[in-house]
Each structure stands twice: as structure tokens, then as C-alpha cells.
Write a protein that binds this ligand. Structure first.
Ligand code: GLN
Length: 273
């Protein structure tokens, strides 16, 4: 069987569980060859299919996300390394990066709370070469991935990661203050029914935040002002139906808020000043 035939068969097999079955199959195949998807499509479609392909397709058919199978996910044009200890960066979250870069192009100190793979922080720092940033996460395993991304992207002079948990007393004592704060906290309601590829594979600690999904905002928002320089901006990711409730938490702390929507028109980022 050729690569092209194997991809076609895999796309059919994956169609019942994936909206992007053909793309999934191409990414898995490109990963096996160690090449980009475009190079695969241009040059390898008539090659014999590698025997290992079937086992990768089988993992995907069991709902495992492609990003975890291949250990990669692109975010804001950056090739990121991801592991099951990190949430897979979503295209929706690029809304936060766009807002941050547009509104604070001269930020010098940047903080990313719940950095995971480092996606938000590294996307911002890669575009603000004068800025320095700190990424904080309570998961040491996530920070291993984040550290690997710093090195691979050559951003070591600009970024540092540290372990910390905003539920613990004194967590922010020696962080200093920032011009820009990014945060994609857990915000899913604890009884929400998620896709199996999310629920069964992504870290629950990065997703769920109590019955209304608001637990982390309730703890974090009152602590933000103490981390912000005069004129600073905080950019929080929110769930599609959380604009009113998170705005109310922010207003209660004296913040002005502005909402940003993602490409699908859903409420996605709340800007606090
Ligand atoms: N956007 C993610 C999802 O829909 C949730 C991310 C989060 O809780 N921070 O699964």
C-alpha cells in the first residue's frame, strides 16, 4: 500500500471520531517520516506506507489527540512540544496573544499564570523581543515541556519558568510586578460533558474549576492588582458563557473590562485594566 492509499483508508477509519480525520491521518504520517505535512503531500504520497502507521491510527481511533501522539502542536505559528501533562494549546487562545500584542507592544515584564506548555508566554515573547517573562505552573511535569519549548525556540534569554500554585499562601511574594499578565486558567464546570479526546486525555487539573468553572477566577482576580504595574493589562481566557460572571468578579475588584471574541464569535478573552 502507498502512503496516499494508507492516508485515505485512515481518514475513512477516523471519520466517525474526528472532524479532521484526513488532516489527522496526514499529520500522523508526516510524523513517522519526520517531515512537514506539506513535504509529505508534495513528495511522499507514492512511497510505500510505513508499517508503524497502523498503530498510530489505532491510538487516534481510541480518541487520543493527535498532538499527544506526535508530541507537537502549532500555536501562533510556533511549533510547540506538548505532553499529556499540558493542555493542548487551542487556536481559540490565539485571541489572547493578539490582544496582548496589539494593546501592549512595549510591555517589558510579562507573567503567564498556568503556563502549561508555555504557549501564551512564548508566543508573546517571540513577538516582543525586548520583553522578559515568567511562566508559572503548579505542575512540574508541565514545566518540563515548557522548558523544552524555551530551549527549542531560542527564548532562554527572555523567559523563565517556575513552579507555583495560586491556591497556596505567599505564592506571588517574590514575583515582582508586570506590565502584562496572561492567564488561561481552568474554567470548565466540573459536571461538563467534554469530548472524549479532551476528557480522557487532557489533564483535569488544567480544565475543571468547580461547579460553575469560576473557582480559579475567584481566587486569582482579587490578587491581580498586586502583580500589575501602573497601566498594566491582564488578559484572561474565559469560557464562552462566562463573560458576564467573570466581568462581575473583575468589576468588584475595581477593574475595567473589555471582551474579545475568538474567530468563531464566542466570548474568549477578558481584558482587565
Ligand atoms: N478551552 C478548553 C476546552 O474547551 C478549556 C481550557 C481551560 O479550561 N482553560 O476544553
Amino acid at each position: 500500500m502507498t502512503v496516499g492509499e494508507a492516508i485515505r483508508a485512515a481518514a475513512e477509519a477516523l471519520a466517525p471520531i474526528s472532524d479532521t480525520a484526513r488532516l489527522d491521518a496526514e499529520l500522523l504520517m508526516a510524523h513517522l517520516f519526520g517531515i512537514s505535512r506539506s513535504e509529505l503531500l508534495l513528495r511522499r504520497m507514492r512511497d510505500p506506507a510505513p508499517p508503524d502507521f497502523a498503530s498510530l491510527v489505532e491510538r487516534r481511533a481510541g480518541h487520543e489527540p493527535v498532538a499527544y501522539i506526535i508530541g507537537r502542536q502549532e500555536f501562533f505559528g510556533l511549533p510547540l512540544f506538548v505532553t499529556p501533562a499540558t493542555l493542548i494549546p487551542r487556536a481559540d487562545s490565539e485571541t489572547l496573544v493578539e490582544a496582548a500584542l496589539a494593546l501592549r507592544p512595549h510591555a517589558r515584564r510579562v507573567l503567564d499564570l498556568g503556563t502549561g506548555s508555555g504557549a501564551l508566554l512564548l508566543a508573546v515573547l517571540a513577538n516582543l523581543r525586548e520583553a522578559h517573562g515568567v511562566g508559572l505552573d503548579r505542575s512540574a511535569a508541565a514545566l518540563v515541556a515548557a522548558q523544552r519549548n524555551i530551549e527549542a525556540l531560542g527564548l532562554r534569554p527572555q523567559a523563565a519558568f517556575r513552579e507555583g500554585d495560586w491556591h497556596a499562601a505567599g505564592w506571588a511574594d517574590d514575583l515582582g510586578s508586570f506590565d502584562l499578565i496572561l492567564c488561561n486558567p481552568p474554567y470548565v464546570e466540573s459536571d461538563a460533558v467534554l469530548d472524549r479526546q479532551v476528557a480522557e486525555f487532557e489533564p483535569a487539573s488544567a480544565l475543571f474549576a468547580g461547579p460553575e468553572g469560576l473557582d480559579d477566577y475567584r481566587i486569582l482576580i482579587p490578587q491581580l492588582r498586586g502583580l500589575m504595574n501602573t497601566g498594566a493589562l491582564a488578559v484572561l481566557e474565559i469560557g464562552a458563557n462566562q463573560a458576564a460572571s467573570v466581568s462581575a468578579l473583575a468589576h468588584a475588584e475595581g477593574f475595567a473590562t473589555e471582551l474579545r471574541r475568538d474567530l468563531a464569535g464566542r466570548a474568549r478573552a477578558l481584558l482587565l485594566t
